[in-house]
Design a protein around this ligand. Structure first.
Ligand code: GDP
Ligand code: MG
Length: 439
């Protein structure tokens, strides 16, 4: 079991002060196994492990944490980074109709995803959508799309197996233009394996349509094979994004890392069911948790996250000791850290059981934004020496941040209190401050 494995890693390394080649060797082997279990492709695992190693070596282990916890933190961060950090939205910035071309093997979920996308665009973005099927090898495939379109009450452009895919697509495009459709989604044929004719066909479809989005649809259950398929499609088409389907099943999500790594293209959506509602934006942090397994592992990550906090806190303590004052710049740094933890909190929020309690009574985003906005409106001088901020400076800062002078005053008062509190630094300092500001 993956969680046991990673907990083992943590225990193994307890008592070391720094990550070294020697003390992370076992741990890295376990992480490697974990990734393979999650179905990340072997070559991807290899290069990932090398990166992790380079990043982890020499890293200090702080406070009560073990090198294992620190390492898991690094693994998690790298996973998120590799998968693109944030969600990439669908790009529809084209002269209408914005064309979306669906590519992928047979059974990957192209037609289903076409329907899901149509629903999303129609209902969430109020787009006028036209669907067309260029899968002329299977009459059932054309009917499948037609049925979906009828169900969704979205228009579809009729086609039949006697026509050439390119001719169908161009006729649909012409129709979409004349009827002022915002979006045209072109569903295509796939084969059970990569095949030259299929590749040539979709390549020429792409050339004549020049779509704004070319989405590669790939089945997450494909595991190791996903890499070869992704490679082939990426070499044939200028892909703009990936849809990873069937994540509602047992798939551990390793394909996300593999496909992203091989194509360099963002995963924009994940398919989470056969129903038309089963399409969600892709979030790298959630996928990283999935790949690592939940439960135990997340609490480890949490600890690792706290390390960052702790590290900064130690820097601040040192600052106080060396006589260099805690200023608004430090204050801002702390706030930015809170923001980072905020991201973490929303991730934890999505998870069951013991984890969700962490999300309770936490950080108010608006407040963080406001405080940061005020500090951003100050000059470096003002941040270093807040006592120089008198009435006219306050007015300027308030105007810059779009808040009232009272709010600037409130921040400065609270900051002063924190400064005092910092002298006998306690970990809850900022939290107390934030609570104070809410009133
Ligand atoms: P295509 O050949 O690429 O067009 O694939 P289809 O859209 O016809 O999908 C093939 C099968 O996968 C169908 O039975 C779909 O219901 C199913 N399917 C597609 N996407 C998902 C998904 O996200 N989750 C699940 N569980 N099934 C899916
Ligand atoms: Mg199909």
């Amino acid at each position: 079991n993956l969680s046991n494995r990673l907990s083992g890693v943590v225990k193994t390394l307890r008592g070391h002060a720094r990550l070294t080649e020697a003390n992370i060797q076992d741990a890295l082997r376990e992480v490697r196994m974990a990734l393979l279990e999650a179905d990340v492709a072997l070559p991807v695992v290899k290069s990932f492990i090398n990166d992790i190693k380079a990043r982890a070596l020499g890293k200090d282990v702080i406070g009560s944490l073990t090198p294992g916890q620190a390492l898991i933190g690094v693994v998690y961060e790298e996973l998120v980074k590799l998968m693109g950090e944030h969600n990439d939205a669908l790009n529809l910035a084209a002269v209408p109709p914005a064309i979306i071309l669906m590519a992928g093997l047979q059974g990957s979920g192209k037609t289903t995803t076409t329907g899901k996308l149509a629903k999303l665009l129609k209902e969430k973005q109020r787009k006028k959508v036209l669907l067309v099927s260029c899968d002329v090898y299977r009459p059932a495939a054309i009917d499948q799309l037609k049925t979906l379109a009828q169900q969704l009450e979205v228009e579809w452009y009729p086609s039949d197996v006697s026509q050439k895919p390119e001719a169908i697509a161009l006729a649909a495009l012409d129709y979409a233009k004349r009827h002022f459709h915002d979006v045209l989604i072109v569903d295509t044929a796939g084969r059970l394996a990569i095949d030259e004719q299929m590749m040539a066909e979709i390549k020429s479809l792409h050339a004549s349509l020049n779509p704004i989005e070319t989405l590669f649809v790939v089945d997450a259950m494909q595991g190791q094979d996903a890499v070869n398929v992704a490679q082939a499609f990426n070499a044939t088409l200028p892909l703009t994004g990936v849809v990873l389907t069937k994540l509602d099943g047992d798939a551990r999500g390793g394909a996300a890392l593999s496909v992203r790594n091989v194509t360099g293209k963002p995963i924009k959506f994940v398919g989470v069911g056969e129903k038309l509602t089963g399409l969600e934006p892709f979030y790298p942090d959630r996928m990283a948790s999935r790949i690592l397994g939940m439960g135990d592992v997340l609490s480890l990550i949490e600890d690792a996250q706290r390390t960052v906090d702790h590290e900064e806190a130690q820097k601040l303590v040192k600052k106080m000791k060396t006589g260099k004052g805690f200023d608004l710049e430090d204050f801002k740094m702390q706030i930015q850290q809170m923001r980072k933890m905020g991201g973490m909190t929303s991730l934890l929020d999505k998870l069951p059981g013991q984890v969700s309690q962490l999300a309770q009574g936490q950080i108010d985003d608006k407040l963080i934004n406001r405080i940061e906005g005020i500090i951003n409106s100050m000059t470096p001088q003002e941040r270093a020496k807040p006592e120089i901020i008198k009435a006219s400076r306050k007015r300027r800062i308030a105007a810059g941040a779009g808040v009232s002078v009272q709010e600037v005053n409130k921040l400065l008062n609270q900051f002063e209190q924190t400064q005092k509190m910092m002298k006998q630094f306690s970990k809850g300092g900022l939290t107390k401050l934030m609570r104070g500001m809410k009133g």
